[in-house]
Design a protein around this ligand. Structure first.
Ligand code: MLT
Length: 204
């Protein structure tokens, strides 16, 4: 028998029947509690699964290693994506939960995009705040029926311009229904991000 990988995490079932579970994926330096206020603002009745990234960069948790800002350690990204997917599958099965929507910010958005590309049936959809293209897949997965919301900041100093548009095009060419927005914001989340995400979830 193989044991599913474990992550330090926070979990709670949906408060209202029929609500999805949000897979909260924090940014660099965050943890399993960082996005709880955001989840409360987006969908207070939703379930939550919030793992803490296992990689430490100068003591700051992340979901995968990078060689420098914006340059990812791809073997590590692939391995950690599979490890996270195995944890999520096992946690969802033990919670008896079904619909899972990733909500990722920055580094969390990047591993969220990697989960979509590597494990296209794991997530029902994803909200990716300030993402980049995590890697260029050799073969496109089938993301038909999956919805993705992407928000980018026009004044973002960390994410090179064009990355969010390239990711949107990649996910669309894999069959996902993508709604992408360029906001007058920097790398931090703005009220517009939150209201777009709230509307997108409610319409879902
Ligand atoms: C990453 O490393 O995933 C991106 O550069 C975003 C971040 O700074 O965490």
């Amino acid at each position: 028998m193989t044991t599913a990988p474990d992550f330090i995490h926070y979990a709670r079932p949906p408060r209202e029947p029929g609500q999805p579970t949000l897979l909260l994926l924090h940014g660099t330096g965050g943890n399993e509690r960082s996005l709880l206020p955001l989840a409360e603002a987006l969908a207070p009745g939703a379930g939550i699964l919030a793992p803490r990234g296992k990689v430490l960069e100068h003591g700051m948790p992340r979901f995968f290693r990078r060689l420098r800002e914006g340059v990812f350690d791809l073997p590590d990204l692939h391995a950690r994506t599979h490890e996270l997917a195995a944890f999520v599958e096992s946690a969802m099965a033990s919670q008896g939960a079904a619909d899972l929507i990733a909500v990722g910010y920055s580094n969390g958005a990047n591993i969220g995009a990697s989960l979509l590309l590597h494990h296209p049936t794991l997530l029902q959809g994803a909200i990716l705040f300030r993402p980049m293209v995590p890697f260029e897949p050799e073969e496109l997965p089938n993301l038909a029926g999956r919805g993705v919301l992407i928000t980018a900041g026009e004044f973002d100093q960390m994410v090179p311009s064009g990355q969010a548009q390239r990711l949107a095009a990649l996910l669309e060419s894999a069959g996902a229904t993508v709604s992408a927005h360029l906001l007058p914001a920097d790398h931090g989340l703005s009220d517009a991000d939150i209201s777009l995400a709230r509307q997108w979830l409610a319409a879902g």
